[in-house]
Write a protein that binds this ligand. Sequence first.
Ligand code: PLP
Length: 289
Amino acid sequence: MTPVALIVLDLGASAAQDLAVVDPATTVLPATDLAATRGDGIFETVVTVAGVPQASEAHLDRFARSARMLDLPEPDRALWRRAVTTAAAHLREHPRGAVKYVMSRGDEAGTGVPTGWALAFVPAARAEIPAPLDVVTLDRGYRSDVAQTSPWLLQGAKTLSYAVNMAAMREARRRDAQDVIFLSIDGFVLEGPNSTVIARFGDRFVTPPVELGILPGTTQHDAFAALHRDGRQTQVRPLTAAELTEASALWLCSSTRGAAPIAHLDGRTVRVDADATAIMNHALDDRKE
Ligand code: PLP
């Protein structure tokens, strides 16, 4: 990734909350920030097309949802929207870019003032239609009702603690795969370490519900809207691990990657549905906001 612009937010309690555009090489974190010392904070990554952020409001909704789950102060929506659009504007020259915005709990000294920034960057180039993936299923170690029984485990919040997700990706590589579908210990399909699962059964496209302790995927949401417009049926319902083996096609969806078809799951060949893949990705690319 190539950093292009950095926006630093002033989230102090004063009414003069504001933002500043600084050199992208600027250091924003003291060694005592809880983002660095405990991964205690939240983030979003939004894709930009010629400097316009896609699904911006859906990302802001999820940012606010994560803040609530972590007992962080409610993000000032107008300020964060301005930070994202200001960062995105620096990517006007780039057909595709991204803005990652972060809010941590602030300094370990307990000032109570969150730290916030938004980084505009150019991600590694990707194909217009994402390449088919080899994926493995991995046990996440939680039951499917973890969000209800144990909300302190923050399943379904987009926190800065992604070390586990990254470890799962390394495990996939050890198994000669590129990505992961997490399963609950009671046998339900959850999500990828940085993606949402879509499965096709006949002419119906299914994704698991957020009540299972997974993130509400902005890409899956817009992919379903595109399928719906194309006359396909979509459904949000729990999906068992056994059902995954019966799906006629599978995808992993994320903002930076689009809808990537799965070619192999646990070594078994999965049919790549080029038609539905194209419908979803063309619509995702065409999103204006
Ligand atoms: N689930 C997890 C755990 C993620 O980290 C992500 C995105 O990074 C997603 C799902 C997909 O979300 P989106 O489509 O909004 O990028």
